[in-house]
Write a protein that binds this ligand. Structure first.
Ligand SMILES: [Zn+2]
Length: 369
């Protein structure tokens, strides 16, 4: 329905085929060894949710947040253990502080938002395989148990009894079709476009729809539930790392200064209060080039964080130089085994295509969270 989605769809198909081809050739392991002789860059994988892939026609939430199904996630972690060097993100920060070089093929696993499948599905797999990971959580949602606003917006558009969607903030007034796939396409477009608005205006728009449609987000259905502090404490005690993803999951660059500082400070205080240690790690909500800027970086650094992740696609040849805006490699649900392996082996060629690759603007529709 819009150009960025069509372009992205074509590029996804091509890369998927190319990745599978490289994988089938059996050459990836050799290629990786050659590459690691001349290129030492930190790879940071970015996940959201790990769930069995649902039927899009009946699933009531944002499909774009499902990074991979559980059995595939386990395979991915096994690959990391066998051929790469999985690291804790705080150990990366320590190496940077001490001027130490990272090991060849260093890779970090991260999760954004804090959905409860991270506890029920991801945690047992990581514990079994001994792979470290960092979970960036929006502390206000852990406190309240309420669903994440962007996901709730998708839910409302999919299920509303209304026949029109009117969002004057976006100059949008469209009929809502009866079929769920048609509505899903509209929701994805709204998510993409609304990120031009100020963060508080985005929140107000979603809240207005909740009232208009009488669909308040004061319940968290089983498919859209944040983790609890008890679950996070258990994961933290088992050696996993918990970092900040803000309080409300607002786009930090789109906040006035006082609210920006409050998001960064209060999320840090909540993590310290609940886990007993001050967090060192941050991931900017949404994370694209329009979700953080130098002002956000300055506040993050001054608040005492040691590292921060963006959602811009790429690897980090000199992580000391971009320690407050680390590039990441998004893992997406349509990425088969071959593509995942090829992406880790040749990240610059095979990472998930975003509009920043395609036309130099915006972030991927698939990584808009
Ligand atoms: Zn997020």
């Amino acid at each position: 329905m819009v150009t960025h989605l069509e372009d992205s769809g074509r590029a996804v198909g091509l890369r998927g085929q190319l990745g599978q081809l490289c994988y089938s050739s059996g050459l990836l392991h050799s290629l990786q060894r050659v590459r690691s002789w001349w290129r030492r860059d930190l790879r940071v994988l970015a996940y959201h949710r790990v769930l069995p892939l649902p039927d899009p026609a009946s699933y009531e939430f944002d499909l774009g947040l499902i990074s991979t199904p559980p059995e595939q996630f386990r395979e991915q972690m096994l690959l990391l253990k066998q051929r790469f060097h999985p690291m804790r993100l705080s150990d990366v920060a320590a190496a940077i502080d001490e001027g130490r070089e990272l090991p060849a093929d260093a890779v970090v696993v991260t999760f954004d938002d804090g959905y409860d499948d991270n506890y029920h599905v991801v945690f047992p797999i990581l514990r079994e395989l001994g792979v470290p990971a960092t979970f960036f959580v929006s502390t206000g949602h852990i406190d309240s148990g309420r669903p994440y606003a962007y996901d709730w917006l998708v839910h409302m558009v999919l299920l509303s009894p209304a026949t029109r969607l009117s969002l004057p903030e976006l100059g949008l007034d469209v009929a809502l079709p009866a079929d769920r796939n048609g509505r899903r396409a509209i929701a994805v477009d709204v998510l993409y476009r609304m990120k031009e608005l100020g963060a508080l205006d985005q929140a107000a728009m979603i809240e207005r729809l909740e009232h208009e449609w009488d669909m308040p987000s004061d319940v968290a259905p089983p498919d859209c539930r944040p983790m609890t502090w008890d679950q996070l404490r258990e994961m933290h005690a088992a050696g996993l790392e918990i970092g900040s993803h803000g309080v409300h999951h607002w786009m930090l660059s789109k906040l006035p200064q006082a609210e920006l500082e409050a998001e960064i400070r209060q999320s840090k205080e909540a993590l310290e209060r609940e886990l007993g240690v001050a967090p060192l790690l941050m991931s900017y909500p949404v994370g694209s080039g329009r979700a953080f800027d130098q002002r956000v970086i300055d506040v993050t650094r001054d608040a005492g964080y040691a590292l921060a992740c963006s959602y811009i696609s790429g690897t980090n040849p000199q992580p000391a130089s971009n320690r407050y805006a680390l590039y990441r490699l998004a893992v997406e649900r349509n990425m088969g085994k071959g593509w995942f392996d090829a992406m880790l082996t040749m990240p610059n060629l095979m990472s998930y295509p975003t509009p920043e690759h395609l036309n130099g603007q915006g972030e991927s529709p698939a990584c808009s969270h």
